[in-house]
Design a protein around this ligand. Structure first.
Ligand SMILES: [Zn+2]
Length: 142
């Protein structure tokens, strides 16, 4: 299951960017051609997101559709089937989108303290819509 190792890499990168602040959510863009199952990625995030900064954070996965461009006529098209041939002229095409994997943004709590003694049931499934009064947040864009 390579999703878990991906999540561990993301966790390392996010921890570096968080600068000691607690992370609330991570927005990730994943190309459709990466053969990653978004649901599996989200599930694995719950395993990989350990430690006081990442615990309880949410991974938000956006799938980018595959796109190809024709070398001959420049026609750009969604990659809907695995035939690397231009729909317009039949020439060879190259993949221009769909292989990306990038952390688009992370959302952190706007406070340095990471200790939180009143954390409501850490084991319960995190529902972002029902967390009481959320602390102020900032979104860090890369
Ligand atoms: Zn073409």
């Amino acid at each position: 299951m390579h999703e878990l190792s991906i999540c561990e890499s993301i966790a390392t990168a996010v921890t570096g960017h968080a600068g000691g602040r607690r992370v609330r959510s991570v927005r990730l863009r994943v190309g459709a051609l990466r053969q990653i199952v978004p649901d599996t990625l989200v599930f694995c995030w719950q395993i990989a997101a350990r430690g006081p900064l990442l615990e309880g954070s949410v991974l938000d996965v956006e799938v980018v559709p595959g796109e190809v461009v024709c070398a001959g006529c420049g026609t750009r098209d969604r990659l809907t089937r695995f035939a690397l041939q231009c729909q317009a002229c039949g020439g060879p095409v190259s993949v221009v989108a769909g292989e990306e994997m990038l952390i688009e943004s992370i959302e952190v709590e706007d406070e340095v303290e990471v200790e939180d003694e009143d954390e409501p049931q850490p084991g319960a499934s995190a529902d972002p819509g029902d967390v009481g009064t959320p602390p102020r947040t900032t979104t860090t864009r890369k």
